[in-house]
Write a protein that binds this ligand. Structure first.
Ligand SMILES: [Zn+2]
Length: 188
C-alpha cells in the first residue's frame, strides 16, 4: 500500500472542530482527496520511468488504494494511474465489484480508464485537470467527454465531477499551447 497517502488521509480524517464541548469530525471533501491524488502524481513525476498522473480510490472516507502512472516503468501501455490503482483495490478487496467507491484522478480519465471504472462498478469519478486544460496528447481524438462516454455505455449511475483543483493538477502536464516532443505523444 502507498503509505504516504494512507497516512495523509488519516491525518486529515483526524482534523476536528470543537463545538459546544463536542468533537465534530471534519468531513474530507473532494478537494482533500484530490490533494492525495496530487501527491501520487508528484511521486510519479519524481520516479524514473513513471508518469505524472496520480489516483486514489476512496470509500466511506477511507483511502483504499493509491497509485500513479507506471506505463513506461512496466512496459505496459495499460498501466495508467487509474488502472494501477484499480488493480491494487481489487487485490485488497478481493472483488471486482467496487460499488460505493470514488476514483480521484489528477487528469480527466481516458477512454480505457473510464471503461475500466464502468466494469468495476465504480460509483463516482472525480478528476482534476480537464481535457481543455492540457495538451491533446493525453487523449484520443474521439472521446471528448467522460460523461458522454459513460452515457454511451448506458450507465446513469456513475456520478462524474471534473475540474477539482484543476489548476494545481494541470501544472503536471503539457498545456494546450505547448509543443511536446513527438516521442512523448503516445496518441500519435
Ligand atoms: Zn487512462
Amino acid at each position: 500500500m502507498p503509505n504516504l497517502s494512507a497516512v495523509s488521509a488519516k491525518r486529515l480524517n483526524r482534523r476536528r472542530n470543537t463545538f459546544a464541548g463536542r468533537h465534530l469530525y471534519v468531513q474530507m471533501k473532494d478537494e482533500d482527496f484530490m490533494r492525495l491524488a496530487i501527491e501520487q502524481a508528484r511521486k510519479g513525476d519524481q520516479t524514473p520511468g513513471a508518469g505524472e498522473v496520480g489516483c486514489v480510490i476512496v470509500r466511506d472516507g477511507e483511502v483504499l488504494a493509491a497509485g500513479h502512472n507506471e506505463a513506461e516503468l512496466r512496459f505496459d501501455p495499460s498501466a495508467h494511474a487509474e488502472i494501477v490503482t484499480l488493480r491494487r483495490l481489487g487485490e485488497k478487496l478481493r472483488t471486482t465489484d467496487f460499488r460505493g467507491c470514488t476514483v480521484y484522478c489528477t487528469l480527466q480519465p481516458c477512454t480505457m480508464c473510464t471503461v475500466a471504472c464502468i466494469w468495476g462498478r465504480i460509483s463516482r469519478i472525480v478528476y482534476g485537470a480537464t481535457r481543455d486544460d492540457v495538451h491533446s496528447m493525453y487523449f484520443d481524438a474521439r472521446h471528448i467527454n467522460t460523461a458522454d462516454l459513460v452515457r454511451d455505455a448506458f450507465r446513469d449511475d456513475i456520478e462524474i465531477r471534473g475540474g477539482v483543483l484543476s489548476g494545481e493538477c494541470a501544472q503536471f502536464y503539457y498545456r494546450p499551447h505547448e509543443n511536446p516532443p513527438l516521442a512523448e505523444q503516445r496518441n500519435r
